[in-house]
Design a protein around this ligand. Structure first.
Ligand code: AMP
Ligand code: GLY
Length: 433
């Protein structure tokens, strides 16, 4: 098969790396790709958001499958364009992707289909949102404030005080930090528990659940600082027992795909559920329409399965059974970000060195995925934001964590930053038992 992967981040690097291992993969190409992906696949400079151009390109290249990494092209209808051209696409159409591009839609779907989630209210008037927050806070209820639309994982505020919550409404609705994506806000009750990411592959009828992961969304160690797209992840997660996965399937994943089916939406791709486990019960915080980044960099390396066959069966509506894919080992991934990532300034154009040293440490037990790098005057440099993701794997989660941190510590660029505590809940637990 000839496969086109769309996207340019660490998730897409991991996808290309994994798809290339499939015996059925003849040729793999990527648009636009990045310098790391360029070592595994031919890259073509078409932006992921340029859907019409991408669909034409897929036709021209006569690809057998397109696997879409990020949400933006899906929200822009890339899968619909490809379907019209008769090219199987792993990733839902615009209507299915709405579960990610509109929190309003997602929350209403949860309400309609009885999916457990935090109680919420929607506002397009900042003063009404603020009144609601004041009332909630006065009643002793903490809240979370979320922009309705796509904000690259940065449109959610988990305030520690009423003032911070009111300020979040101002940032989203008055200062319009996220533009139109912040025209509406969701204010929802804050849940306390353990976060869990469950990613299921679905053709709209059957569900194949991937190994569970935990993502670390706060920028700083100890889950402090601003929200980011994700600073690291590990998989599998011991609290996600078979029993819990069965409950998540029954109460969260199945009702969601039933909701799509009832609305006549063919959903083919990844259904990502961001969950909070509160006293053993799963609640949905959000749905995404694609693999998580950096969850993909932790989950794909622990799957011993031909994912190309799985993606193709999904894209063509031919999944045959519901099942759970178990992890063959544990993996920890650590994101190395640019100075200022999550705050204001991000310093691009910093020369990256010592990748070979990290690779020597990891050997066959890990990989350095490129998240946001570029070539400049024949030198590999940072391009702002999350720059690299270092993944290590092992039978022992503790060893995988140590290896990923050790390798990440060798990579140099000015202002580099990574969280040294990815996996801390489980690592500390395992070390002390
Ligand atoms: P979301 O994009 O909706 O998943 O939100 C991003 C992050 O915000 C989540 O991973 C949680 O860490 C946090 N969050 C979102 N909703 C809630 C909630 N209702 N209670 C507590 N934390 C939340
Ligand atoms: N890491 C969270 C996400 O990809 O949405």
């Amino acid at each position: 098969m000839k496969v086109l992967v769309v996207g340019s981040g660490g998730r897409e690097h991991a996808l290309v790396w994994k798809l290339k291992q499939s015996p059925s993969c003849g040729e793999i190409i990527c648009a636009p790709g990045n310098p790391g992906i360029g070592k595994l696949a031919d890259c073509f400079p078409i932006l992921a958001a340029d859907t019409l151009h991408l669909a034409d390109f897929a036709k021209e290249q006569a690809v057998d499958l397109v696997a879409v990494g990020p949400e933006r092209p899906l929200a822009n209808g890339l899968a619909d364009e490809l379907q019209a051209a008769g090219i199987p696409c792993f990733g839902p159409g615009e209507a299915g992707a709405r579960i990610e591009w509109s929190k309003l839609f997602a929350k209403n779907l949860m309400l309609k289909w009885g999916i457990p989630t935090a109680p919420f209210a929607f506002f397009n008037d900042p003063s009404k949102a603020k009144d609601y927050i004041r009332k909630k806070w006065a009643a002793g209820q903490q809240v979370v404030v979320k922009a309705d639309g796509l904000c690259e994982g940065k449109g959610v505020y988990v305030p520690e005080s009423e003032e911070e919550a009111l300020r979040a409404v101002g940032i989203i609705m008055t200062e319009k930090k996220f533009g139109l994506a912040g025209e509406w806000v969701v204010v929802e009750e804050r849940l306390f528990g353990q976060e869990l990411t469950i990613q299921a592959i679905t053709d709209g009828r059957k569900l194949v659940i991937l190994p569970p992961a935990r993502d670390y969304k706060y920028r700083n160690a100890g889950d402090k600082g601003p929200m980011t797209g994700g600073m690291g992840a590990y998989a599998p997660v011991p609290i996600a027992t078979e029993q819990l996965l069965a409950e998540i399937k029954e109460t969260i994943l199945q009702p969601a795909i039933k909701g799509f089916a009832c609305e006549g939406i063919a959903y083919r791709g990844v259904l990502y559920a961001g969950l909070m486990i509160v006293e053993g019960k799963p609640y949905a915080l959000e749905f995404n329409c694609r693999l998580g980044d950096p969850e993909a960099q932790a989950v794909l390396p622990v799957i011993d399965e031909d994912i190309l066959q799985l993606f193709f069966a999904t894209a063509t509506g031919n999944l045959t059974e519901d099942r759970i894919i178990s992890a063959s080992r544990s993996a920890v991934c650590v994101v190395i970000a640019s100075e200022g990532y999550g705050y204001k300034q991000e310093y691009p154009n910093q020369v990256i060195t010592h990748l070979d040293w990290a690779a020597d440490i990891l050997k066959e037990d890990g990989f350095v995925f490129h998240s946001n790098t570029k070539w400049q005057n024949s030198k590999l440099v940072t391009n702002g934001g999350r720059v690299l993701t270092v993944t290590a794997w092992d039978k022992s989660l503790v060893r995988a964590g140590s290896l990923a941190n050790y390798a990440a510590s060798k990579i140099c660029f000015a202002g580099s930053y990574f969280r040294p505590d990815i996996g801390y809940q489980t690592l500390h637990y395992q070390r002390s038992t």
